[in-house]
Design a protein around this ligand. Sequence first.
Ligand SMILES: [Zn+2]
Ligand SMILES: [Zn+2]
Ligand SMILES: [Zn+2]
Length: 141
Amino acid sequence: MDAARVARLIAELRSRGARVTGARRALLQAMVDADGHVTAEDIARRVEAAHPDVHLSTIYRTLDALENLGLVDHVHLGHGRAVYHLSDDPHQHLVCEQCGAVVEVPDATFAQLKASLLEDYGFAIRPNHFAVIGRCAACTT
Ligand SMILES: [Zn+2]
Ligand SMILES: [Zn+2]
Ligand SMILES: [Zn+2]
């Protein structure tokens, strides 16, 4: 487990004036361990395995609270359920419609598109909410 990352996230929670509860700590730990994109159910299973005393409803409530606090974010990678990731590592998602590969790219990738849509249409895109679908390098060749 990346204890330093968990400690950083907990410090972030405190700096936002939020309470550090056992459930919040357990959930952040589970997400650091998962290290990637996990569904709410995956997270609940991981937290339950490590902390059988934490109620399932508490886990889902805690996930919502952490998302409202900005520590966790969700993204829709395709037709399936939304997946969650920690927001301390900002990135955008490209998903291959052929093989399902998820490619993480830096936020700056969409900077130009973001600026021109804002300028031409007054529309502020938030591309991190949904993945951009296409073909990955392996499937295009
Ligand atoms: Zn959504
Ligand atoms: Zn992600
Ligand atoms: Zn592919």
